[in-house]
Design a protein around this ligand. Structure first.
Ligand SMILES: Cc1ncc(COP(=O)(O)O)c(C=O)c1O
Length: 357
């Protein structure tokens, strides 16, 4: 069975030998602390290092067992059931799920190739008075698109005008294979309206379960309190390992290696799409893990999923990325990073005969 489902890093991307060395060092240097309860906001040396790197106060930081967990805390602490929140449409399926599970009222903002539709964003902000806008501006999951500078500026303006928080989730930001970075939304939005999350899942390993929230101090302290009462503290040995990994100078060379591994995979995925699916609609991502493909009329997830399974490929249900599931009936997400170029050809070779092209 080939899994073309979740955005899991390639097994060969994990720096296992360096992880082993860093874990040994973590235990030798600070084992008793790393193995104890480490209360929120997290393992102090790592929190301090991140604060330094990001140039923020360490009280703004909260570590979670993955950034998804932090997002769940935010849906509980920063909004109440019935409150409106804005999400991109499509958006990360698990984020959609958590928003709904918290009883919030998600309003979908159509996502275009250069970011969210600004007119719709303003109309929704005006009408629904949302608590926050959850956005993935860099190499969005599931589309792969990156928000333009112009739209980032507009989002910042609208946040000030309507008083909503911009919650910027950017686990893929550092995985750029070509082109140049846009400034983070956090550098444009008024500080009291800006929070951001990142994760070591895609740049180191998801099994570390290590996500980071950087928020205004008051918000961070509120979420920290909730977090502490829920998880006591985030898993600490993996934080100690990560601290040693960064401090030891392994992070940047490893990131470079991962980018070199993934760049040809993106190229291959686009090459297959260009060659085989001329009637499909898809963006041309410059990084990240995904390409979101709208298949031609006549395709449907309802029938594709079981047929793909029969052919030996598991695909993600495109409907989960949309608040209104029918909007994702023809939506097929390619998580290109987890597969070698030849494996991608093989998987697509099995799927292509099933598509209406
Ligand atoms: C946009 C986005 N946010 C958060 C996550 C979850 O990250 P973590 O493993 O840190 O919980 C993912 C994982 O796919 C993601 O795509």
């Amino acid at each position: 069975m080939i899994n073309l489902t979740r955005g899991v890093p390639a097994p060969e991307s994990y720096a296992l030998d360096d992880f082993a060395a860093c874990f040994t060092k973590a235990i030798e240097e600070d084992g008793a602390k790393a193995m104890s309860y480490v209360a929120s906001p997290g393992y102090a040396p790592l929190v301090e290092l991140i604060a330094q790197q990001e140039n923020v106060d360490k009280d703004q930081i909260l570590i979670g067992n993955g950034s998804l967990e932090l997002f769940e805390f935010i849906t509980k602490v920063e909004a109440q059931p019935g409150d409106a929140v804005l999400v991109e449409s499509p958006s990360y399926d698990r984020a959609n799920l958590l928003v709904k599970r918290a009883g919030l009222k998600p309003i979908g903002i159509p996502l275009e190739t250069d970011g969210p539709n600004i007119e719709k964003l303003e109309a929704a902000a005006k009408e629904h008075k949302p608590k926050f806008f959850y956005t993935i501006p860099d190499f969005q999951n599931p589309m792969g698109v990156t928000c333009s500078l112009e739209k980032r500026k507009k989002i910042a303006e609208l946040a000030s005008k309507y008083g909503f928080m911009v919650l910027e989730d950017s686990p893929y930001r550092s995985l750029r294979y070509m082109g140049k970075d846009e400034p983070m939304l956090a550098s444009m939005v008024e500080p009291h309206l800006s929070a951001r999350m990142t994760s070591y899942s895609k740049t180191l390993a998801p099994g570390l379960r290590l996500g980071v929230l950087i928020a205004p101090k008051e918000m961070s302290l509120r979420v920290r309190k909730w977090a502490g009462n829920t998880y006591i503290g985030p898993v600490s040995p993996t934080q100690a390992l990560t601290y040693q990994f960064i401090k030891g100078g392994y992070f940047e060379p490893n990131l470079q290696k991962i980018k070199e591994l993934y760049a040809p995979r993106l190229k291959k995925a686009l090459e297959i799409l260009d060659r085989e699916l001329p009637n499909a609609v898809y963006p041309r991502p410059e990084g990240g893990f995904f390409i979101g493909v709208t298949l031609p009329e006549g395709n449907s997830m309802e029938t594709l999923i079981p047929k793909a399974k029969e052919a030996g490929v598991n695909i993600t249900d495109g409907r989960g990325f949309f608040l209104n599931p029918v909007d994702g009936e023809r939506f097929f997400r390619i998580p290109f990073c987890g597969m070698k170029p030849e494996e991608l050809e093989e998987a697509m070779g099995k799927l292509l005969p099933l598509f209406v092209r």
